[in-house]
Ligand binder design. Structure first.
Ligand code: AMP
Ligand code: ZN
Length: 266
């Protein structure tokens, strides 16, 4: 809890008068963070997105609801298909990229547009140190410079989305598991059925082996990148954001965002 409070201050993530929308998945990290932010006295509202992944999604929702009951709070629940007026799997076929990347894009779209419409000035997710180091390692191994440039515990707001933050970047999977157990938070333990073979799980395993051999390596790898290395590699982002002519969400090279582009081919 105090480690997280220090991170929030160090990276100037948010203050007591900010309106925080916290994305909760039903996993240990985001549910644990919900409790932490409430106990620290921040103004936080949890939002859960129901994805169409059958039992996995049903179980996730159950965990969110039981945590809400424990915290005596009311989460916002949004069904992805209804909110976006699409069928996820039909849209995925049109999108033609991996399911995890589409799922992430869909969730970011919902979070950003919902936060903007409802006057939240901060979006927080529960990404932890293991998530971030696995992402960093994967992006270095494949030299995905466009993702490396964007990886940050804080993304400042722009015209299309509020500031986005990741307060758990100093906490590992193991530490969050322990915290959830101590705090008696019931969470979904299995990973998403569609991400079973995701490379990130493999990277996490390798990084944990390195950590066991050389404790502190994960935090050093990530924080050095964020605080020292990144600035040497990239100057201020040159990428120009445009506005989707239909829904007004952000788009990079097109006059339609990824979602409206899919809908135009429906
Ligand atoms: P994951 O990519 O599943 O490791 O999730 C990373 C973070 O994204 C979680 O800690 C949540 O903050 C957020 N998130 C993932 N799935 C959902 C969901 N279905 N609804 C709301 N937030 C989510
Ligand atoms: Zn659009």
């Amino acid at each position: 809890m105090h480690q997280t409070e220090r991170v929030i201050k160090h990276f100037n993530m948010f203050k007591k008068n900010d309106n925080i929308l916290l994305a909760v998945s039903g996993g240990k990290d985001s549910l644990g963070l919900w409790l932490i932010l409430k106990e620290l006295g921040f103004s936080v509202k949890a939002l859960h997105i129901i994805m169409p992944f059958k039992e996995y999604s049903e179980k996730s929702l159950e965990k969110v609801k039981s945590c809400a009951l424990k915290l005596n709070d009311e989460p916002i629940i949004i069904e992805a298909n209804k909110y976006l007026e699409i069928d996820f799997f039909k849209a995925l076929k049109i999108y033609k990229k991996p399911i995890c990347s589409f799922c992430g894009k869909v969730k970011r779209y919902i979070l950003s547009t919902y936060a903007n419409k409802n006057s939240y000035n901060i979006i927080s997710t529960g990404h932890n140190l293991d998530d971030e180091t696995a992402f960093l390692l994967g992006n270095i191994l494949h030299w995905h410079t466009e993702y490396l440039e964007k990886q940050n515990p804080v993304l400042e707001s722009n015209k299309f989305m509020p500031k986005k933050v990741k307060p758990l970047i100093r906490i590992t999977d193991e530490e969050m598991k322990l915290f959830a157990e101590i705090s008696k938070i019931d969470y979904i333990e299995e990973s998403c059925p569609y991400s079973k073979h995701a490379k990130s799980i493999f990277y996490k395993k390798i990084l944990s082996e390195i950590e066991a051999y050389m404790p502190g390596t994960k935090a050093f790898f990530y924080l050095q990148y964020i605080e020292n290395i990144k600035g040497m590699l990239f100057s201020k982002s040159s990428e120009e954001l445009k506005e989707c002519r239909i829904c007004h969400y952000q788009t990079y090279n097109d006059d339609l965002c990824f979602l409206c582009r899919i809908k135009s081919k429906y």
